[in-house]
Design a binder for this molecule. Sequence first.
Ligand code: HEM
Length: 481
Amino acid sequence: MTFVWLIYKLVVTPAFLSPLFKLPAAHWSSHLSTRWFDRECATAGELKTLYATHQRLGPIVQLGPNEVSVVSEEGLKKVYTAGLDKSNWYDSFRVYGVQNLVCTLDHKTHSAVRKTIAGLYTKSHLQHSEGLDGLSRRVVVDGLLPSISRDGCGVDGMDVVKLFECVGVDFISGYVFGAAIGTDFLNDQPGRDRYFGEWERLRETPGLTEQPIMEALFMDMCKAAVASGKDSVAAKMHHELSSKALQWNLSEEEVMTRCASEMVDHIIATQETNTVTLTYILYRLSQHPELQEQLRNELLTSKSSIANGENQTLPHPARIDALPILHAIIIETLSLHAANPARMRRVSPPAGLDLHGVSIPAATIISTNAFCLHRNPDVFPRPFEWLPERWLAPTNNKTDASGTPTMRRWFWGFGSGSRGCVGREFAVQVIKLVVAAIYSNYTTVIVNEDGIEQSDSYNSGPISHKLVLRFVPVVDAETGT
Ligand code: HEM
């Protein structure tokens, strides 16, 4: 009897009685198990497997008895705009063992925390923040440009992945804790060697998850930011969490730990993604000297170029933000080289969900991914090529009822909906400033691009974790000296 019941439960129900049976399955066994999909992911890679599967079977596919992948506008609307809970796959994003925004699964708790800091990451707040203006000058004028002129102009060039990791952490830690407290890795070699050495060990040691150096560094900074009494993202978060301490049953120490976990979440999100995006922007521009020249002309004619020297003031962020060629270069890179191209898992609600005409049962894991969305040739013609001009003169410019062109609706570099990237405007402002500063002063040439292919993983940087470029000062390029 037990055997018959088991067969009914594990084979007959998922294979023939579940509504998911109506969906095309990635493999015949996917009705019963995720084994085939997991094995393909382990051998061919998750992104390649998802792409090939959707090419074969269309916009919605069953990956396992309880898992579906969807690549369509309908999926974006019904899954992501509708604010479904995240799946517990995100638990691994906990820091200090406690949750933060990215791994808060349920919608209600998430939106209470997100409201606390969302205002500090809007475009208008960032463009008018005096703190961020001062920090930008410190990172770009006193850190980035001197580093390049010191280490990047020789024939051997410099590794820009390492450079941009420092830029990312200096920017975000200075923003969340205050410029006087955050890191200055661009000018602090022992500090950066210690910090990034730990990340390197983590990458190279399977199973290693502990990061005591990082945790101690940012816990100290978080405590210092709160104690300073100055305005900062950390102080605001601490204040809000303290006001909820009774309701959420948090001790004083737990409030501080939770606050630090939130801040580290922002720091890691920036460190990985800004580095990947900046690396591929410079890689692609180095392949296109003519575009470097167009960009430099755009910077000069709009009076947005940034001189290399002490005490420089920076152009207003709104002016840099309005440059069309710079914008097209960045969006195209976020599209072809999405920093987080993999599945973003959500859970269908208790009432289930109607998707592409099929009733998806409650508690089904549903995901989409930027890799497949950005490679739909009906939306992005020649989808495997880096073509910034597609954003300047879109050939596929149909708009929906809200007036949004098709390409923009399908662009998913930052996810979308209530769980979309909270740091999106921060990332774009910083990336535009860094690219403007570099190409105001230098042209770039590839020295070594071995292993530049993107890894098939959640954070998708170059598999070699390296790109070596030579920076040629613009004056030298013009005079030939
Ligand atoms: C190029 C830069 C960036 C890219 C490509 C990027 C991408 C993304 C994506 C795709 C998501 C959605 C994840 C999901 O649905 O599961 C996300 C979420 C998030 N990002 Fe970013 N991100 C970037 C920069 C930043 C920065 C600078 C911050 C700093 C605050 C940040 C903080 C976060 C946080 C906290 C979340 C979780 C939001 C939530 O669940 O409410 N990101 N990011």
